[in-house]
Design a binder for this molecule. Structure first.
Ligand code: FNR
Length: 369
């Protein structure tokens, strides 16, 4: 359908499913094992209800924010999704260009199809970018990569901590790995590619499963970028991240692609905020909580923000947008979210995102299922 008939982020998914080659659809849409967590990521948002406030003069509402010190036109960033060229010949550059035009922040994946420098070169001067990091067994490679990113102006590094081994995504595994030239430019020194286990496993064998809390001071010693751990699920680990001197955490289950039957980030948020409040002032300007997984509507984002998140990540929503319509699709997705924010902020009675408070949601059914 023509782009102006796309009315919400779900519509992009339907188009992507229809237009993508079977292998690309399998890699993008798949989740691990029985795909319970991916379903729960959406379902959790549907168990939280709004408690809107009225008569607050919502003539002008502002949903812009600052994420890790960088301005963002939305309280949403584009989360890293690997292998953009499986979906569109311009791959991740679709995201970079649309993000630059609309003041949104993109997280560059370690396993991007375009090279890191191509992506940074496609950004506008001063356009903020984040980096998603898979840590290599060869730490020299990781060190060079991180320091190069910092030199090129990247603001924050999101270390993925929920993937010491990639999950079994059986839809993807059934497709086998056929090299069609769209593969990631994986980092030097990678070896042991297994071609019979689906795209995900074939590209990920360099990831170091020995990564531990002891490595965090090393990351701090090699970079001044903000350090965020992507893939935290418990208050225990949230506190360890805080005490290790990280600048934030992403409550994420990797879009349901790692440990199946993990809880959703939204469901973990309440306990984790409560735990961090015991550690100091809240909101803490030096420690941010992000959430991702299943976010497709601005109303989802408002729920996470009301419950204490600083911003929210969206993966497949933008991935499907460029897979179906390239850069224009991503721009449309951003515009759709912007329109949804305007309307929902008015209807909930919040003039800025600071006015989104826990009392604006009823989360009493969130754990009751
Ligand atoms: C991902 N995600 C991901 N995360 C990461 O840290 N490194 C990566 O390389 C990838 N690659 C990737 C590929 C694909 C196809 C998907 C769908 C996801 C996870 C991603 O950053 C994010 O956590 C989830 O996508 C959020 O869930 P939604 O928005 O897709 O529901």
């Amino acid at each position: 359908p023509p782009l102006d008939e796309i009315l919400n982020l779900h519509d992009f998914e339907a188009v992507a499913k229809a237009v993508l080659p079977a292998k690309a659809w399998a890699y993008y849409s798949s989740a691990s094992d029985d795909e319970i967590t991916i379903r729960e990521n959406r379902a959790a948002y549907q168990r939280v209800w709004f408690r809107p406030r009225i008569l607050r003069d919502v003539t002008s509402v502002d949903w812009s924010t600052t994420i890790l010190g960088s301005k963002s036109s939305l309280p949403v960033y584009i989360s890293a999704t690997a292998l953009g060229k499986l979906g569109h010949p311009d791959g991740e550059l679709n995201l970079t260009r649309a993000a630059g035009k609309h003041g949104v922040i993109q997280m560059i994946p370690t396993l991007a199809s375009c090279s890191f420098d191509e992506i940074v070169d496609a950004a506008q001067p001063g356009q903020p970018l984040f980096l998603q990091l898979y840590v290599n067994r060869d730490r020299e490679i990781t060190k060079k990569y991180v320091q190069h990113a910092e030199k090129r102006g990247v603001k924050a590094v999101f270390i993925t901590v929920d993937a010491p081994q990639l999950g079994r995504r059986e839809k993807d595994m059934r497709m086998k790995f056929v090299d069609d030239g769209a593969g990631a430019k994986v980092q030097e020194g990678q070896s042991g590619v297994k071609k019979d286990q689906g795209v995900a496993r074939a590209i990920s064998s360099f990831i170091d499963p020995s990564l531990s809390w002891k490595d965090i001071p090393w990351f701090r010693s090699i970079t001044n970028m903000h350090i965020v751990l992507k893939g935290v699920s418990t208050p225990e680990d949230a506190i360890l991240a805080y005490e290790a001197g990280c600048q934030g955490i992403v409550l994420s289950n990797h879009g349901g692609r790692q440990l199946d039957t993990s809880r959703s980030g939204l469901e973990n948020l309440i306990d984790i905020v409560a735990a961090l409040k015991t550690k100091g002032p809240w909101p803490n300007p030096n420690f941010s909580i992000f959430v991702d997984g299943g976010v497709r509507r601005a109303s989802d984002v408002l729920k996470a923000l009301a419950l204490g998140a600083s911003a929210v990540g969206v993966g497949r929503g933008f991935l499907y947008a460029f897979s179906s319509y390239g850069q224009e699709g991503v721009e449309r997705a951003i515009e759709i979210l912007r329109d949804e924010f305007e309307m929902n902020m008015r209807l909930i009675g919040a003039r800025s995102i600071n006015e989104l408070v826990p009392e604006m949601v009823d989360a009493s059914a969130l754990h009751a299922h």
